[in-house]
Design a protein around this ligand. Structure first.
Ligand SMILES: NC(=O)C1=CN([C@@H]2O[C@H](COP(=O)(O)OP(=O)(O)OC[C@H]3O[C@@H](n4cnc5c(N)ncnc54)[C@H](OP(=O)(O)O)[C@@H]3O)[C@@H](O)[C@H]2O)C=CC1
Ligand SMILES: O=CC(=O)O
Length: 382
């Protein structure tokens, strides 16, 4: 029997103990048919449950134990053991807005070594006070970190931060990774991918579904595409910030999935707004409408969370209206590129544009209801 044992060196004390235990097992159990099962048990001993990952500074990255006998030219079996590779230890985070701040905070609270940057420096202070490091440009963050996440407003800012002057690409290189979690169009994402890859680094697009509260609760849904190796590497971090993750293949697919989801969401909110106003006008109580909707097949969490404040004309910002309109605009561009008719999304987009023109850009996207109220309709028709 021949044995291949791959030992990783840059690891925690706990993982070092695991290595030693596995070496001992290999020495003492080479003839044992239960070797693979024993090794798997050792892994479980060290990481008893997925939630225990969060209490470790590092999570197990790769656990692969295989009997390579089938591929061996020798008649005797060969055992290959790949010891857990720790995920990258230094994580950068660029963009500390409504979403970036709680996402970075969850990483810090899980013991990850986080370095932050934001265009408006004051937004970095709370995270610095909680232990984050600070660098004064995306380039410096990327240069000092193994992987760098970016959560920017729109295609222009995502591109500027990734490959503009003092952009992250200047600090990237082989062995590093860039994960853009902003919502942008596929073309922008491909452009960023090209700049990052030209440095020898890896790229993953990973826009998120889920708003401010899911970001705070670590319940986001990641829609990823790009380098599969980087996806595997950063999975422990995605698991800290989110509840699920999808790997969708080539760069552009994550962006497209996100735009389709938000196209649906923007239309749903516009339609819900019409329903609330119509119910009120025909003498119904819109609060009862919210209750009825919440019990039926068309229930969506956003109706019951945002409906009551919409009835009071209050729009505390979780998802800025300007970003919803940006997503509809980009989704319409995507539809145009494949000649897919999207008349409902096009109509909804017009409502968000009206709301923006009345100064509601920074309110929550539920403020789109205002554009259906008679005061705005009159001014639009003048
Ligand atoms: N809020 C939500 O519910 C969700 C948002 N998203 C998407 O996530 C992204 C971020 O959203 P959110 O956090 O809500 O947005 P915010 O508007 O709160 O934050 C935007 C971030 O982008 C930065 N930024 C804007 N323009 C530039 C620029 N030209 N150069 C450098 N930095 C810039 C801002 O910096 P500064 O602080 O200096 O202004 C800020 O850090 C968007 O793409 C959005 O569509 C996705 C899912 C949910
Ligand atoms: O992009 C917004 C969201 O809620 O998801």
């Amino acid at each position: 029997m021949s044995v291949c044992l791959i030992i990783q060196h840059n690891i925690t004390t706990e993982q070092r103990e695991l290595q030693m235990r596995l070496c001992f097992k290999l020495q003492s159990s080479l003839s044992s048919s239960s070797l693979v099962a024993d090794m798997a048990m050792s892994m479980r001993f060290l990481y008893p449950s997925p939630s225990s990952f969060h209490h470790h500074r590092f999570s197990p990255h790769t656990i692969a134990i295989s009997n390579a006998a089938a591929s061996s030219s020798s008649s005797s079996p060969q055992v290959a053991a790949v010891i857990p590779t720790p995920p990258p230890s230094r994580v950068g985070f660029l963009g500390l807005g409504i979403m970036g701040t709680p996402m970075a905070l969850n990483l810090i609270n899980s013991g990850v070594d986080v370095t932050v940057w934001n265009r408006t420096k004051s937004k970095c202070e709370p995270l610095i006070n909680l232990g984050a490091k600070y660098k004064s440009s995306p380039e410096e963050v990327a240069a000092s970190c193994d992987v760098t996440f970016a959560m920017l407003a729109d295609p222009q800012s995502a591109a500027d931060v990734a490959f503009g002057k003092q952009g992250a690409a200047n600090g990237m290189g082989p062995g590093k990774g860039y994960v853009d979690v902003s919502t942008v169009d596929g073309e922008t994402s491909k452009l960023i991918n090209g700049h990052i890859k030209s440095t020898g680094a890896l790229f993953l697009e990973a826009p998120v579904s889920g708003s401010k509260k899911p970001a705070e609760d670590g319940q986001l849904i990641f829609l990823t595409a790009g380098d599969k190796d980087l996806y595997e590497t950063v999975s422990p971090f995605l698991d800290i910030m989110g509840k699920s993750k999808f790997y969708l293949g080539d760069v552009g697919n994550g962006a497209a999935m996100k735009l389709v989801v938000n196209m649906i969401m923007g239309s749903m909110m516009a339609s819900f707004s019409e329903g609330l106003l119509l119910s009120e006008k025909v003498g119904l109580d819109p609060k009862v409408l919210v209750e009825v909707v919440s019990q039926g097949a068309i229930n969506a969490p956003m109706y019951s969370t945002k409906g009551p404040s919409m009835i009071q004309s209050l729009y505390p910002t979780a998802f800025p209206l300007k970003h919803q309109q940006k997503d509809l605009r980009l989704a319409l561009g995507l539809a145009e590129s494949v000649s897919q008719p999207t008349p409902i999304a096009a109509a909804a987009n017009e409502l968000y544009k009206v709301a923006k023109s009345h100064g509601l850009s920074d309110q929550d996207f539920s403020a789109v209801i205002e554009s259906l109220k008679s005061k705005f309709q009159k001014s639009e028709n003048q």
